[in-house]
Design a binder for this molecule. Structure first.
Ligand code: ADE
Length: 226
């Protein structure tokens, strides 16, 4: 998968993409990240935003630097990316959307900053608008990192144990069951006996029951999906 990220702050991504699973995925050549600084494509580099027509607070990101960046990238390749705009007004990002995006060969994530985008960035191209939740961040960079991390770990071969994403299939809907590792007892708190029994059938049942129980207690809204 190729992932292009268009941002005014490319340095924000360097650490995140250079660590852990996201780094390993690139080392395994399963993904390639390209960072593009939108400012470099602006006709006037000092001016990527402007005051909103009609007045109001804050600055609005101009359309021209964003379109210029996309067109410069598209001139270099015949394949067309799935374009994604990070915005609090977008569709709620979810594991289901992540699974769908994990099948794409080429994603392009566009991060806004300032108070918002010129509307023509939305209407002037075919673009999927995504929000990572009902809160407003100061830009699309952190949301883009959330999307990249969620999608890349689903690409087959990225996680050493491919089973660890397929096994999550019921936690697509339900919350994860409680997990334990050694020691069997820590400060008087014991690992449930069944998990140490070696009885795989019983262990599976326990995990599913506890997944259900936890979902019922904490996120009953998720249960209507199953
Ligand atoms: N930009 C600012 N807030 C955001 C959010 N919640 N999701 C996606 N992009 C954003």
């Amino acid at each position: 998968m190729r992932i292009d990220i268009l941002t005014l702050f490319p340095e924000m991504f360097e650490n995140v993409l250079g660590q852990s699973i996201l780094k390993i995925a690139q080392e395994k050549a399963l993904v390639r990240y390209n960072l593009f600084n939108i400012r470099e494509y602006a006709e006037n580099r000092r001016c990527v935003d402007d005051r909103p027509y009609g007045g109001g607070p804050g600055m609005v990101m101009k359309p021209e630097p964003v379109f210029n960046t996309i067109e410069a990238i598209e001139r270099q390749t015949d394949t067309r990316p799935r374009k994604i705009l990070l915005t609090p007004q977008g569709h709620q990002f979810s594991q289901a959307i992540a699974r769908e995006l994990a099948n794409e060969p080429y994603l392009m994530l566009i991060c806004g900053h300032y108070e918002g985008f010129d509307e023509r960035i939305r209407t002037g191209m075919d673009i999927l608008e995504l929000s990572i939740g009902d809160y407003v961040l100061s830009g699309g960079e952190l949301p883009a990192m959330v999307v990249v991390d969620t999608v890349v770990r689903l690409i087959p071969g990225v996680l050493g144990d491919h089973d660890s994403t397929t096994k999550e299939s019921f936690s697509d809907v339900l919350l994860e069951y409680p997990q334990y590792t050694r020691p069997a007892e820590y400060r008087g708190m014991k690992v449930p006996e069944v998990l140490r029994s070696g009885n795989h059938q019983k262990i599976k049942e326990w995990q599913r029951d506890h997944s259900m129980k936890r979902t019922l207690e904490r996120r009953p809204d998720l249960l209507h999906k199953i």
